[in-house]
Design a protein around this ligand. Structure first.
Ligand SMILES: *Cc1c(COP(=O)(O)O)cnc(C)c1O
Length: 406
């Protein structure tokens, strides 16, 4: 996408605005499938929570993706977008047993990550095939909030509890058809990933009836020029080879699955916001935009660095700015960043705004959530309307007059 296209979309649809480039989502999808082209049965389960707009789900379905979901509502969104139940895997953590049962009843693949749930589910529904989420205790992530493989993590059943898993499976005669791991986000070192994969292969040997091995996700994408990213092509080469050898050893055809979120949609997303004020203080020049952490929380939540460009003045002389939001609370998007000279009214563009941006947005400060636009074949298609005052009122119940005045 060109900066001029983004400026035009901000004019057409207003700001703040999320824009997603369909071509980038497609090319990332094809990059991943190409890297694993030697694997006959490859399955990509897009992690819905990264960006769950129905149009994005439709697009991913159309290019051949399946879905990874973490809540029954995500399952329902997936079905609504046209996915078949068998195209969806459900990987909850800490949800109620009733919800797991309800999702299983829809015909969706269940992935269980807790011994007590495994035992309960296996006892009640021994014929429903279940995938088991293993925690291999491999630390892959850079940020402790998004690393989920470490020893204290709440995710998965510890690999050290394999004897207990096997006891449950034997006692309940439940059917285990897959095993899964997801070691967290931001894998820099593919050797670490391959090491975790070996643990999963070893675990797989304990089950005779597997149909798939799911290696989760956590692929790191570049946020700034020169950033290291997961070398998908190298990972594809090495893991495919190892997988094919394991398949032979296992003696049964297996599907290799991944569930990327960020990798598919992060770089496809652009967040556009207008500069309301440029404020010079004694030490800093602030650029205050018409948005805040209610719309993009990652910098405040994870310390994520989103590259910011002034697309209204791309050739302007670079100066240092601290970009802040309008929320009444500290709300800093970027500290002391070099950005082309900013004037009030300019449109700033935040990169890598596809994953965990809109999906984490809120109405804090009683602001509307932004509109979303899909950029496809040189055209901007509105895929979510900006909220209105009606949306803020929705579901609220005012006190009856006699109570309010009593
Ligand atoms: C969030 C999540 C993913 C996606 O992770 P990314 O880092 O966005 O690729 C995959 N699998 C599970 C189980 C998840 O919870």
């Amino acid at each position: 996408m060109q900066p001029k296209d983004l400026v035009q979309l901000a004019e057409q649809f207003g700001s703040p605005l999320y824009v997603y480039d369909a071509a980038k989502i497609k090319s990332q999808y094809h990059r991943l499938t190409a890297a694993f082209s030697k694997v006959e049965r490859l399955r990509i389960n897009y992690a819905t929570k990264a960006l769950s707009n129905l149009a994005i789900l439709q697009l991913l379905r159309q290019i051949g993706s399946n879905l990874d979901t973490v809540s029954i509502q995500e399952v329902q969104l997936g079905l609504h977008a046209g996915f078949q139940p068998e195209q969806i895997i459900y990987t909850p953590n800490g949800v109620s047993f009733e919800e797991i049962e309800a999702v299983a009843q829809m015909g969706v693949q269940i992935n269980i990550d807790n011994l007590s749930v495994l035992e309960h589910f296996g006892t009640k529904h021994p014929s429903v095939p279940v995938c088991i989420r293993i925690n291999p205790h491999v630390m892959a992530g850079g940020n402790s909030n998004i690393s989920v493989g470490h020893i204290d993590s709440k995710f998965g059943i510890s690999i050290h509890q394999m004897p207990h898993i096997l006891r449950i499976v034997e006692n309940t005669r439940m059917h285990i058809n897959g095993i899964h791991m997801h070691t967290g986000s931001d894998i820099l070192d593919i050797e670490v990933f391959l090491y975790a994969a070996e643990i999963l292969f070893d675990a797989a040997k304990n089950f005779k009836t597997l149909d798939f091995l799911d290696f989760g996700s956590g692929f790191k994408v570049p946020y700034n020029k020169g950033d290291i990213e997961t070398d998908i092509e190298e990972l594809g080469k090495k893991l495919s080879k190892r997988f094919l050898a394991f398949e032979k050893e296992y003696g049964r055809e297996l599907t290799l699955a991944f569930e990327p979120g960020k990798f598919l949609v992060s770089e496809a997303g652009f967040f556009l916001a207008k500069v309301n004020v440029v404020k010079q203080t004694t030490s800093t020049v602030f650029a205050g935009i018409d948005s805040g952490f209610n719309h993009l929380i990652r910098p405040m939540l994870y310390g994520s660095q989103h590259h910011i460009e002034n697309i209204s003045n791309p050739k302007g002389k670079e100066r240092f700015y601290t970009v802040v939001g309008y929320i009444c609370e500290t709300d800093t998007f970027a500290n002391n960043r070099r950005i082309a000279e900013i004037n009030e009214g300019d449109i700033l563009c935040f990169r890598n705004a596809g994953a965990y941006c809109f999906s984490m947005s809120s109405n804090y400060n009683s602001r509307y959530k932004p509109a979303e636009v899909l950029w496809k074949d040189g055209q901007g298609i509105l895929i979510r309307e900006r909220e209105s005052f009606e949306d803020l009122l929705k579901n609220q119940i005012m006190l009856p007059l006699e109570v309010a005045t009593a």
